[in-house]
Design a protein around this ligand. Structure first.
Ligand code: HEC
Ligand code: HEC
Length: 232
């Protein structure tokens, strides 16, 4: 529970966890307004469940934050302070202009909420395996791929082919976005560009603000099914 001195002190002193702070924290978790950027449409709940198992079988890029405050490390152990783990998301994905400070009311409420959904005992950091080298994956069942699209991609990208219901206009229409890839990425097979986007998100010089999917978040088999569904 290494958030910042003040927030941690509050909880240890038993003054933390007031119902109103937890409620406010939960609202912030669910709403894009946590970020001051008018261009942000993401909330924490866009990418993280708060229940032990994501509802409706959703496939999120990020782990469920159930028990998050009980973990001893985050992002595969690369982050050792919870607030830094949160701020990485806040700045990279939610267009947060500057990181949340531990004593800010918003930040404290969010912390109280995360503690309130962490009833379990201390636990090691969860594994986080980033696929660095992008290679082809075997295609799998397109029917499963339709499910994977709905469970993993649709919240942000909307319906296939039209983008209907997408979270933000910035999210490309799938799979049509690949129609420009021959000009944009000459000589690179289109599926590889899509695999790279899913595995690297905005990182490794890809750009944008889509999250990356680790192996734990999305298996190669489900990715292969998704590509089959998208006709790639
Ligand atoms: C666009 C998607 C996205 C958004 C929005 C987002 N995150 Fe994340 N977050 C991720 C991904 C991907 C990871 C890396 C996988 C993981 O560790 O869960 C991650 C990791 C984390 C971790 C480390 C979890 C662990 O056990 O390793 C915490 C804590 C976290 N996020 C909190 C938050 C909070 C709080 C918010 C809202 C302020 C937020 N995130 C917003 C995608 C997102
Ligand atoms: C949290 C929201 C979010 C989720 C979930 C998400 N995406 Fe994205 N994706 C975006 C946004 C926003 C963009 C445009 C900005 C960017 O490139 O990062 C994008 C862009 C893309 C692009 C186009 C890259 C380019 O520039 O040509 C592809 C391909 C893509 N996403 C595939 C997927 C697939 C497949 C899934 C499901 C496994 C998925 N995305 C899940 C938000 C998301």
């Amino acid at each position: 529970m290494r958030w910042g001195l003040l927030a941690a002190g509050l909880v240890l002193a038993g003054c933390g966890g007031s119902a109103s702070a937890v409620d406010f924290g939960e609202e912030l978790f669910q709403e894009a307004r946590l970020s001051e950027s008018q261009f942000n449409r993401f909330s924490c709940s866009t990418c993280h469940a708060s229940t032990p198992v994501p509802e409706g079988g959703r496939i999120n890029a990020g782990y469920s934050l159930h028990n998050v405050a009980s973990r001893l490390g985050w992002w595969g152990g690369n982050e050792t302070r919870l607030l830094d783990a949160v701020n990485f998301c806040y700045v990279s994905f939610m267009r947060g202009v500057s990181p949340l400070e531990p004593e800010e009311p918003k930040s404290r409420a969010l912390y109280e909420y995360l503690v309130s959904i962490s009833p379990g005992p201390e636990a090691p950091a969860l594994p986080f395996t980033v696929v660095k080298d992008i290679v082809e994956v075997p295609r799998a069942d397109a029917g499963r791929g339709a499910e994977v699209y709905r469970l993993a991609c649709q919240t942000c990208h909307g319906e296939p082919h039209t983008g209907k219901g997408r979270l933000t206009e910035a999210a490309s229409v799938l799979p049509e976005v690949v129609n420009d890839y021959d000009q944009l990425f000459p000589g690179i097979p289109k599926p590889l560009v899509v695999i790279e986007k899913v595995r690297h998100g905005q990182f490794f010089h890809v750009g944008g603000n889509m999250p990356l999917y680790s192996r734990e978040a999305l298996s190669d088999e489900d990715l292969g099914a998704l590509l089959a569904f998208l006709g790639l």
